[in-house]
Design a protein. Structure first.
Length: 145
């Protein structure tokens, strides 16, 4: 499923990643329903039943072999991984633990800035998609120094 491949560019301006038949913005990724995957049965395609999905995963394949990289290459790769995986990884995680009927794009994009504060604190270079108001103050995440 292309909605869980983190290497796909968010849009035409994304500096990293690949173009894979289309772009993958956050809303499209979040809107994925794992039960919409097709399972062949007796030569016919059908949607999956909820008891047939054991979990979800996201894949990233653009940067391999960290152990063989120079420190400069490793830093660039970590930036790539953070930028391409975050915030998509939060979307895929919510898909994994929430039934489709209880998910809301509007609710998710309102909650996501709270996670952004954590990623900022951890120096994760994530994609600040224009689909989300990242400047929304939360007041919930406080770092004790």
């Amino acid at each position: 499923m292309d909605r869980t491949v983190f290497d796909i560019k968010y849009d035409a301006k994304t500096p990293y990643g690949i173009y894979f038949s289309n772009y993958l913005n956050l809303e499209r990724s979040y809107g994925w329903d794992p039960l919409s995957a097709i399972a062949p049965e007796n030569g016919k395609a059908r949607p999956l039943g909820k008891d047939e999905v054991l979990g979800v995963e996201g894949t990233i394949s653009g940067r391999h072999g960290f152990e063989y990289m120079t420190p400069e290459e490793r830093t660039t790769s970590e930036k790539y991984l953070g930028y391409m995986a975050f915030p998509r990884i939060a979307a895929i995680a919510e898909i994994g633990w929430s039934p489709q009927a209880s998910r809301s794009w509007d609710g998710f994009k309102t909650r996501l800035p709270y996670q952004g504060e954590r990623w900022d604190a951890d120096h994760i270079e994530y994609y600040k998609t224009p689909e989300v108001d990242w400047k929304q103050p939360s007041g919930l995440f406080v770092i004790n120094r």
